[in-house]
Design a protein around this ligand. Structure first.
Ligand SMILES: [Ca+2]
Ligand SMILES: [Ca+2]
Length: 238
């Protein structure tokens, strides 16, 4: 009987122990859950911080790229401007290079485009020069060697203001040197007020003639060595 009671007692003890263990498991479970959640939250927070850090680094990188872009754009524009200025300088210098020394003077002889006297006058002025202001037979002889034969070229003399009073458009003063062809100036039809130089191959000379200012002619621009030097310096220093 005692043995039975003893066995029953042991069984009861085991059951109580099991129940106790079961209770312990039940009470531990919510704690584990909380711990798990806390771990998850901590993990999420770290991820969030990492993301914020990455986002900030990305913003910094983009900002640096924008700064580099701006710098490159500015440098690019500076190079473009420099190239443009070089091109303009080159063009201006080239315009000066068209003047050649013929005899003792510097001329540009237009041999391709014909225009009226007034336009030719302005064209020479645009080039920083003036229509040829001839002063001697030597100058005309020197030009004769380079002018196209049997062609007319405007020079600076005209009697626009008063017939037969030929003025130099360069100085505004009465002309001092004339080398007229035979029977010229004739002021034909009372409408010839501008002077041209004509190259006669038959007599191997260039001679002056008064002609209608509206006629289309080639023309001769003139400048001086001093002007060329001055302009070259101006262009290079600009
Ligand atoms: Ca006239
Ligand atoms: Ca005439």
């Amino acid at each position: 009987m005692d043995k039975k009671l003893e066995a029953l007692g042991r069984e009861l003890a085991i059951q109580q122990e099991l129940k106790k263990s079961s209770q312990q498991v039940d009470t531990l479970s919510p704690l584990a859950e909380i711990e798990k959640n806390e771990k998850l939250e901590a993990g999420l927070e770290r991820i969030q911080q990492e993301l914020e850090k990455s986002s900030k680094q990305m913003e910094d990188t983009l900002s640096k790229i924008a700064q580099i872009d701006e710098k490159l754009y500015t440098q690019g524009r500076q190079i473009e401007i420099q190239q443009e200025l070089t091109k303009i300088t080159h063009m201006r210098l080239q315009r000066l290079l068209v003047f050649e020394k013929i005899g003792s003077k510097y001329y540009y002889i237009e041999k391709k485009i014909k225009m009226n006297w007034s336009d030719a006058l302005h064209k020479c002025r645009e080039m920083g020069a003036h229509l040829a202001s001839l002063q001697s037979e030597d100058e005309i002889k020197a030009l004769y060697r380079v002018l196209q034969p049997n062609q007319w070229y405007w020079i600076d003399l005209n009697d626009i203001k008063k017939d037969r009073e030929f003025i130099s458009a360069t100085t505004g003063l009465p002309g001092t040197f004339f080398h007229w062809n035979e029977n010229e100036p004739n002021n034909k039809d009372n409408s010839e007020h501008c002077v041209e130089l004509y190259t006669f191959t038959s007599t191997s000379q260039s001679l002056m003639n008064d002609q209608s200012c509206s006629d289309g002619n080639f023309f001769i621009c003139q400048t001086s060595w001093d002007k060329i030097q001055h302009k070259t310096t101006q262009i290079i220093l600009q």
